[in-house]
Structure formats: C-alpha cells, structure tokens
Design a protein around this ligand. Structure first.
Ligand code: ADP
Length: 402
C-alpha cells in the first residue's frame, strides 16, 4: 500500500512516498528551480534495512512534467530506489491550497473537481495554477492510479457566517466570494485528532485551540471537533505575526502607503507578504537567529518576539471567549514544536483563565507529542508535531475507502 504525496509549487515539487500499512516514509524529496537554468532534485530514501540514502541531481528541469519524470526515475533507481516500478504506487494525494467554498473535504480528482479548482484561481492566483500543474502531470504519468485533492481550506468550511464574513458590502461576498477561508487546515485537523487521543476522548467532544507557528502562522478555534474560527483570511496574510507576513494591519495602510510613499498596490502586497512580520520588525525571520540576537541585547529582536507572542496571546484570549470551555491548547510546526520561550510568552498571564504551564515540561526537547501544562491547569497544553504529508495520506485512504 504505497501512496505518493505531492505538493506542487510554481517552481518546485515536494513529495513523499509513504507505506500506508505501517505509515512509514519510504522516500522524501524536493525538486526545485523548475524552469530555471539549473534545476535540482534532492531525494532521501529510507530503505528500512539500510541507512537512509541521500541523492542530489542537478540538471535543467524545463517543466513540472520533467520534474515528475526525474522523481520517478529516482524512486525506481536500481541502487537506492524504494519502488521497483511506478505501478507499485496505489494512490496519489495532492495538496491543494484553495478549495474556495466548493470543498468541505478531500475529493477524488475528476474533471468536475479540476473545473472547480480552475474556478478558484482568482482566490489563489499563485498557488492553485501550480497545484493544477502537478495534478495534470501526475494524471498523465499515472492514468490508472486514483488521485485525491486535499485542500488547505476544507477543514475551515464549518465556520459559521459570523466568523467568515467581513463587514464589507455583502455583494462582494455574493458576487466575488470575498470572505475568510482560512488555511493550514490539514495541519490543524491532524494535531486536533492527535490531541483528542491524548485527552482520551472523541474529537467530536473536544474544544481546542490549535496554534500552528512555522514560517506561516495560524490559530484555529475548534468546537466539538469542527473549526469555528481561524486567523488566516481570504488569503494567507491575515491574523498572527509570521516569518515575513504582517498578519493583521489597518486596511487603510494601503492608501497611506500609496499617498505618502507613491507605492503601487503590487508593491504594497509584496511588502506585506515578503518584507513584514518578524523580518520586517528585526531584519530576521528565523526564530533561532532572533533569540540569539535578543540574548545579545538586540532590542529590535526582543521586540519582534514580544509583538509575535502578544498577538498570539490576544488571539488565544479571543478564541477562549468564543469557545467558552477549552479542553486543550496545542502548539505545532517549527516554532510551536521547538520554542519554549515563544510558548511560555504566548500563554503569559492566562493563569486566571485556567492555563498554567509546567516550566520543566515546557523546556524539555523532544520530537514526541507531549503535555506541557501543570497538573492543576484546567486547560491542558500540548506540543504535537504536525505531519502534513501523513495527514494527506490518511485523507487519501479515507476518501478511497468511501
Ligand atoms: P513552514 O511554515 O515553512 O513549514 P516550519 O514549520 O518548518 O515552516 O517552521 C520554520 C520555522 O521554525 C523557522 O523559520 C524557525 O524560525 C522555526 N524553528 C525551527 N526550529 C526551531 C527551534 N529549534 N527553535 C525556534 N524556532 C525554530
């Protein structure tokens, strides 16, 4: 039962081959710089009985088709391939960024699904065309293999209108589908499921706040297992302070920058997406570098951590108010899983709301899912490593079971 999981970007293909009988990764890799002068494929094979083997190929990769063929040649390589031939792949899962309002769950890919993805291009003009490229190429190369689309937005389709509507003229929602959609849904759903297991009760009875802090950051309020509010909006720019994305700003900032700095809308968009967030505040976007600088007395680095963790705390407070009862708060992704300082500062002052960290448990380094709250904390706090590829593979299995 080998599944091929594909995350196709505009100039890259990230992939894994997972053996679903044991849920183990057989190979993982990345094709980069598709369409540039020098392309690159890096593959790591986990052959099980032998040590992991890394291989790198550098050559021009003209398009996604060429990239995918190189991946298959690598996976079937007679020395360190993990499959004998392409027919060993029994299902393919595609990560798709924007499903708009069309998809509340993962879908077996059919011409109708492809049509809907095309319809949603205006909502994700950079991501959806790249995802579609990956789907088309995979369907061409593996015509007999069932393929499933797993959407970043689908988990959040349970949000009620009071959470997803922006207070702007209603026609913009009716005619152009301007609303909050939310992203990182696969990750939020995965860690929520793992958290329910740790809490020892069905997900459908759990109220949770899941906090994904990586390069992109988002927080979700989960009531009885369903997303009822989330911090990312119509695009992945709203909400928390991210690596290079601003999160919430006054929408009138655009006009100010145009009138006072003569900036075009596209330049403002690039500024908010690529030059803001932690990077905008202190010039660095990797939290490890920021902590190092902060420890050496860099005031802007210290402030960047404060701005991010203060925003986290505000959202946690808002979601506690929205949920009423909270069983668990979950930290995940690069920062959430590895950074005890950000976790502690994000929860600072929430003792009155029943949130109490155990400093020793919070400080422990581990790759395992674990509880980090004090025994007397009414809200339990967890660190749960996310695994988006495995989450996608499980979704694929579920869709194919029907
Ligand atoms: P992405 O959103 O790209 O998937 P990740 O979830 O991999 O990102 O998170 C990447 C971020 O995690 C890095 O930018 C870095 O700031 C942070 N990170 C990784 N390891 C650590 C660590 N040990 N301590 C603090 N932050 C870390």
């Amino acid at each position: 039962m080998k599944f091929f999981i594909i995350n196709s970007g505009s100039s890259s293909i990230k992939y894994q081959v997972i053996d679903m009988t044991t849920e183990t990764v057989l190979a993982a890799g990345l094709v980069e710089r598709i369409g540039e002068v020098y392309g690159r494929l890096k593959n790591t094979a986990f052959p099980g009985t032998r040590d992991e083997q890394e291989s790198v190929i550098e050559q021009p990769i003209p398009d996604h088709r060429g990239g995918m063929q190189l991946v298959i040649a690598t996976l079937t390589d007679k020395d360190n391939g993990v499959i004998c031939n392409a027919s060993e792949i029994c299902a393919i899962g595609h990560r798709v960024v924007h499903g708009g309002e069309d998809f509340r769950g993962s879908m077996r890919i059919t011409p109708t699904v492809i049509e809907a993805l095309q319809r949603n291009i205006p909502l994700a003009p950079l991501h959806n065309p790249a995802n579609l490229d990956g789907i088309r190429v995979a369907m061409e190369i593996f015509p007999q293999v069932p393929q499933v689309a797993v959407f970043d937005t689908a988990f959040h389709q349970t949000m009620p209108p009071r959470a997803y509507l922006y207070a702007i003229p209603y026609e913009l929602y009716e005619q152009d589908r301007v609303r909050r959609y939310g992203f990182h849904g696969t990750s939020h759903r995965f860690v929520a499921g793992e958290c329910a297991r740790l809490l020892g009760k069905p997900l459908a009875e759990c109220n949770l706040i899941t906090i994904h802090l990586g390069n992109g950051c988002s927080m979700t309020a989960i009531e009885n297992g369903c997303s009822i509010d989330t911090s990312l909006g119509m695009t992945p720019l709203e909400g928390l302070v991210m690596g290079t994305r601003s999160g919430d700003v006054d929408p009138a900032l655009h006009l100010f920058l145009k009138q006072n700095k003569g900036m075009e809308l596209e330049a403002i968009d690039a500024l908010l997406n690529k030059e803001s967030g932690l990077k905008g505040l202190c010039g660095m976007n990797d939290m490890r570098d920021i902590h190092e600088a902060a420890a050496e007395g860099d005031v802007r680095a210290q402030q960047a951590v404060e701005v991010q963790t203060y925003r986290n705390r505000k959202y946690i407070g808002a979601y506690m108010a929205v949920l009423g009862r909270v069983d668990g708060i979950v930290f995940t992704a690069g920062i959430g899983e590895n950074d005890p300082i950000v976790r502690a500062e994000s929860l600072e002052g929430l003792e009155a709301f029943g949130v109490r960290l155990d400093p020793e448990r919070n400080g422990l380094r581990s790759k395992k899912a674990r509880c980090i709250s004090a025994p007397d904390s009414t809200v339990r706090v967890f660190v749960i490593p996310t695994n988006e590829e495995l989450a996608i593979a499980r979704e694929v299995a579920q869709v194919l079971r029907g």
